[in-house]
Each structure stands twice: as structure tokens, then as C-alpha cells.
Design a protein around this ligand. Structure first.
Ligand code: SF4
Ligand code: SF4
Length: 223
């Protein structure tokens, strides 16, 4: 899942100063799970923005909370058409993809991102989300026992460990376990320590960065 965190209320209030009627558009998928933009957060932000305007004075603000199942699919955004025609601007509580889908689906609408999109990962404890994948474009988890060294090793070492770990913790960030120790434990458990002898060649980072956006095409389903 994609994980994001809210932008400060003061930032959004400032961005919305010229408008009197806006929509706050949430996303019921990743953004609901990371408690950044689900139905509850969307309603809460709408109320907070209206209240902020009242307290600061000036023209009143009407903030309409709306949520869609996924902001990154046009089929769901179509359902918002009628309401969004009536507003002057929208705050998106989708990830960066959701914001851009909203902009594309409603080109006449001024859209402000309500979140900072942070990482691809998942919850690891109550109120904690951690990064698990850097979207490198060529997954090597079969060589590392299912632990991503690019993401979970502070140095992103493809051939580790660096030798600096202390009591199983990373030398760069003692809050996290050494990823290469985790990799070793996994490989040992499955009798695959020999994989540690494999010298990984330099990573082809071209797969992680496009000339412009990267693209996946499935010819069999393409129209
Ligand atoms: S190796 Fe690449 S694709 Fe696989 S988890 Fe790590 S960053 Fe993601
Ligand atoms: S201590 Fe482990 S996780 Fe930290 S940088 Fe070294 S190899 Fe990577």
C-alpha cells in the first residue's frame, strides 16, 4: 500500500483562502488504511477547514466531504462529477497518484494536495507504517529471503552486510534491525546460505527511473 501523512491545516487553509465552496475528496483504499484520507479523515478535515475560516474571519467556507473507493481509477471519480461541478476547488486526500487522476478527470477544477505521499509499505504496529519497497523495477527478493536490502538496509547494500551492525541493529539507524542479518537468518532457516556467495552485479537503476513516467503495458488486455 501507499502511505501518506497530512499536510498542515495552516497550509491548506492558506491555499484555500480565495475560495468559498470547496470539496475535500478522500480515498477509501490505501489512504483509509494509513488513516490519512479515509471517510473519517475527510469529514474531519472538512470541518476543521470550515472552523478555521470562521475563527480567522472573512468569507465563510463550505467544505463538502466526498470519498471514493479509489482515487486512482477514473470509474470511481466519475461518480463525483455532479458535486465537483459546483465547487471552486478541491483538496485531494488521495496519494500523489490520486491528486493527478483528479486533475485529469476534472481539468477545470483547481486541486490542492492534502497529503504528503511518503512510501510504499504497510503497518507494522498500531500507528506505525514502514517502507518495504522502493519500486526498483527488478525484484530480487528471491535472492535475499524475501527481505529487501534496497529498502531495509540503510545503505541499500546489494552485497552485505557492511560489518557495522551492533547487537543485530543497523549502525546507521539503531532503531531498525540490520537488514542483512534478517536476510542471513532467513536464508539459514531455509538452508540457502549459499545464496550469500552470489555477488550481485550493479543494479540497473534505469528500471527504477523512466525518461518521464515509467509504464507497464499488457498487450493481451490493451484496447
Ligand atoms: S528488490 Fe526492488 S521491487 Fe523488490 S522489494 Fe526491493 S525495491 Fe521492491
Ligand atoms: S548495519 Fe546492516 S542494515 Fe545497517 S547499513 Fe550495515 S548492512 Fe545495512
Amino acid at each position: 500500500m501507499i502511505v501518506a501523512k497530512p499536510k498542515p491545516l495552516s497550509f491548506l487553509a492558506e491555499q484555500l483562502r480565495p475560495y468559498r465552496k470547496i470539496a475535500v475528496v478522500g480515498c477509501e483504499t490505501c489512504m483509509a488504511v494509513c488513516l490519512a484520507g479515509g471517510e473519517k479523515e475527510t469529514r474531519r478535515l472538512s470541518q476543521a477547514l470550515e472552523l478555521e475560516r470562521r475563527v480567522k474571519g472573512g468569507a465563510s467556507l463550505l467544505a463538502i466531504p466526498l470519498t471514493v473507493k479509489r482515487q486512482c481509477e477514473y470509474e470511481y471519480l466519475e461518480l463525483l462529477g455532479e458535486t465537483l461541478k459546483e465547487v471552486e476547488a478541491a483538496v485531494s486526500l488521495g496519494c500523489g497518484v490520486g491528486v493527478q487522476y483528479l486533475v485529469t478527470a476534472f481539468p477545470e477544477l483547481w486541486v490542492i494536495p492534502g497529503l504528503d505521499t511518503l512510501l510504499v509499505g504497510g503497518p507494522t504496529a498500531l500507528g506505525v507504517w514502514e517502507e518495504y519497497c522502493r519500486l526498483c523495477g527488478e525484484c530480487l527478493l528471491h535472492l535475499t529471503g524475501g527481505v529487501c536490502p534496497l529498502t531495509r538496509c540503510a545503505k541499500g547494500l546489494l552485497n552485505g552486510p557492511c560489518g557495522g551492525a551492533s547487537e543485530g541493529r543497523c549502525e546507521v539507524n539503531p532503531e531498525v534491525p540490520c537488514a542483512w542479518l534478517l536476510i542471513y537468518d532467513r536464508l539459514r532457516r531455509f538452508g540457502k546460505e549459499d545464496l550469500l556467495r552470489h555477488i550481485a552485479p550493479p543494479k540497473n537503476w534505469r528500471l527504477a527511473q523512466g525518461r518521464g513516467p515509467r509504464r507497464l503495458v499488457k498487450e493481451e488486455v490493451r484496447e
